[in-house]
Unconditional design. Structure first.
Length: 68
């Protein structure tokens, strides 16, 4: 399977948790979150994931802006 992050968003939206768990290109950290959140309410998990993504994107932007 190709690196999920290199796939267009429309292609990535078709991936399943099972696909990601068996993909050697997927980080251990993401696999750990997927396993830990597998039994959660999917709406709650999606909301938490969006909050986490926003936070991490801001941190990444700050890190890049400090470096330049």
């Amino acid at each position: 399977m190709a690196d999920p992050q290199s796939q267009p968003v429309s292609d990535r939206s078709m991936l399943t948790v099972a696909d990601l768990l068996v993909d050697p290109a997927v980080s251990f950290a993401l696999k750990e979150v997927l396993r830990a959140w597998e039994m959660r309410d999917p709406v709650d998990a999606a909301l938490d994931a969006r909050i986490l993504a926003d936070l991490l994107e801001r941190r990444a932007d700050e890190a890049v802006s400090w470096a330049s």
